[in-house]
Ligand binder design. Structure first.
Ligand code: ZN
Length: 72
């Protein structure tokens, strides 16, 4: 990931997922504009309740995309 911006809490939770899960999550984000799964780039992360909210851009069309990683 390049130029990531995570809040401290989100960064901690994100790190706990491990690299394999992180890669899977980043490469399986739905893009409404493309109408298919894409890779999210320029990701920022924040916590919303127990969930990590990832926000960034579609690697193909640069539209804003987001993904929620549900907490346990
Ligand atoms: Zn797209």
């Amino acid at each position: 990931m390049e130029s990531s911006e995570f809040t401290p809490q989100a960064a901690r939770r994100w790190a706990e997922l491990g690299g394999r899960s992180q890669t899977l999550l980043l490469n399986n984000v739905w893009c409404v504009t493309c109408g298919k799964t894409t890779t999210i780039v320029r990701v920022s992360g924040r916590m919303e309740r127990d969930d990590i909210v990832l926000e960034g851009c579609c690697i193909r069309c640069d539209s804003p995309v987001a993904r929620v990683v549900e907490g346990s």
